[in-house]
Write a protein that binds this ligand. Structure first.
Ligand SMILES: Cc1ncc(COP(=O)(O)O)c(C=O)c1O
Length: 464
């Protein structure tokens, strides 16, 4: 097989005109892009006619898969009725109202108001601004820092990227900005000390958080933001008891917890919210992605009544609540959000996820036995395989060898799209996937891993 076949016309036009996110753009001229043409169910097809199982739901978002007729109908109907309106300056529209009501109904903690954005990054950016606004309203002008975690992913706007705890989002971008603190990543496999139990590790995480808070001064810290399961940082599932321990420390110091449910919301972990699966009790919540099953862009920030009342007080002092996005509460997106939630409920998508979870678990455990895989981790229908040079010592490959990207390329050549997060291969299939399709996805995953193993062995890439 040719490594780099000649580029098609579309691929050439693509490279001439698009700046691609999260892509080694210096290599694009030789590798080209995969131009997707259409999608149906869990499958997507590129413009050269090749089909793939979309094992990542796009970017962890297309929970209902592709081409759902009910979603399409809802979009057409809303476009005909009111294709755009805003909710600034005391205007509103029915889809925004209805979706806000729905979100209040299904929220994992009491929620009073919903603020709409167009993306997860904007939701998290808004969370920070709202925390500052609230503390100004409450006469606590110094309580402004936000704690995040190493390996967290919260998006790419200036503040969301600062909250993100990944070097590639900071190096070269003049980030993070100040007022952002990063505490430890709760990944026992990678950051546990030799012989340390999960319980001891969790206690160390809590102590480290406490030390950070006491060093900085609790009266300078507004909030901590956390994904229930860390996604882009490698699908990190904290040990049992982690959130209970963390939350006790936060409560002691009057620091509110923000749950970033952008990936974990709407059934992904086997409950409506990752907070429920992981025993988190957040004060406020960010949502996006599966909120509309990615049929249109939408993010949301959900806040309780006491927090909302602080905004009301501050609005009274300042004259208005001066924050909002042109497309926040877009009627098309909100109509699709309402329809997606209705479908999740009517078709019992969460029940379906739960029925598939034992299959997912069995297949992930088998992936964990593969010679390339150091740890296979999973929660609901999201998981990852961390590829290592040496299983016993957990030694990683030299990142310059690009073992993860090579493995995901080989998996793709077998007709399955998964995502390399460095040398960790993530899997997050559409929640509507059937058992047979899920098994087929794992078969292709395994074949790709076998080929990656052969490539690693041939190239002697395990050398220390
Ligand atoms: C947990 C989490 N938060 C926030 C974001 C940012 O969302 P967006 O890309 O819609 O800005 C993402 C995106 O992957 C995410 O995974």
């Amino acid at each position: 097989m040719l490594d780099n076949p000649p580029l098609t016309n579309l691929q050439t036009r693509d490279i001439e005109s698009l700046l691609h996110p999260y892509t080694p753009i210096h290599q694009l001229k030789s590798t080209g892009t995969v131009v997707m043409g259409r999608g149906k169910g869990v499958y997507v097809y590129d413009t050269q006619g090749r089909g793939y199982i979309e094992g990542m739901s796009g970017l962890w978002c297309a929970g209902l898969g592709f081409g759902d007729e009910e979603m399409i109908e809802a979009a057409i109907e809303q476009m005909r009725t009111l294709p755009y309106y805003h909710i600034f300056g005391a205007k509103s529209s029915e889809p925004a109202i209805e979706l806000a009501e729905k979100l209040k109904e299904i929220a994992p903690v009491p929620i009073s108001k919903v603020f709409f954005t167009s993306s997860g990054s904007e939701a998290n950016d808004t969370q920070v601004k709202l925390a500052w606004y609230m503390n100004n309203a409450m006469g606590r002008p110094n309580k402004k820092k936000i704690i995040s975690r190493i390996k967290a992913y919260h998006g790419v706007t200036v503040m969301a990227a600062s909250l993100t705890g990944l070097p590639s989002n900071h190096n070269g971008w003049d980030l993070p900005v100040d007022r952002v603190l990063h505490t430890d990543c709760p990944h026992h496999y990678r950051f546990g000390i030799e012989g340390e139990s999960e319980a001891e590790f969790t206690a160390r995480m809590a102590k480290s958080l406490r030390d950070l808070i006491e060093r900085e001064g609790p009266d300078t810290i507004a909030a901590m933001i956390a994904e229930p399961v860390m996604g882009a940082g490698g699908v990190v599932i904290p040990p049992k008891g982690y959130y209970e321990a963390i939350q006790a420390v936060l409560a002691e110091h009057d620091i509110m917890l923000i749950a970033d449910e952008v990936i974990t919301g709407f059934g992904r972990t086997g409950n409506w919210w990752g907070s429920q699966t992981l025993n988190m009790r957040p004060k406020t919540i960010s949502a996006a992605k599966q909120l509309t099953s990615a049929y249109a862009p939408l993010g949301a920030v959900m806040v309780p009544e006491d927090v909302y009342q602080a905004y009301v007080d501050h609005s009274a002092t300042l004259g208005t609540f001066a924050h909002g996005f042109t497309y926040g509460g877009h009627p098309l997106s909100c109509a699709l959000g309402v329809k997606a939630i209705e479908i999740y409920q009517r078709r019992d998508i969460i029940g379906h996820v739960r029925r598939l979870m034992p299959v997912f678990e069995r297949r992930m455990k088998k992936i964990g036995e593969h010679p390339l895989v150091g740890e296979a981790r999973y929660c609901g229908l999201v998981g990852a395989a961390e590829l290592v040079a040496d299983k016993a010592s957990k030694r990683s490959f030299d990142p310059r060898n690009g073992v993860g990207p090579k493995a995901s390329k080989l998996i793709e050549e077998n007709g399955a799209i998964l995502r390399a997060l460095g040398d960790t291969i993530a899997i997050c299939p559409p929640m509507i996937i059937s058992e047979a399709e899920l098994n087929e996805l794992f078969d292709r995953f395994e074949t790709g891993l076998d080929q990656a193993e052969a490539w690693v062995s041939t190239g002697a890439l395990r050398a220390a």
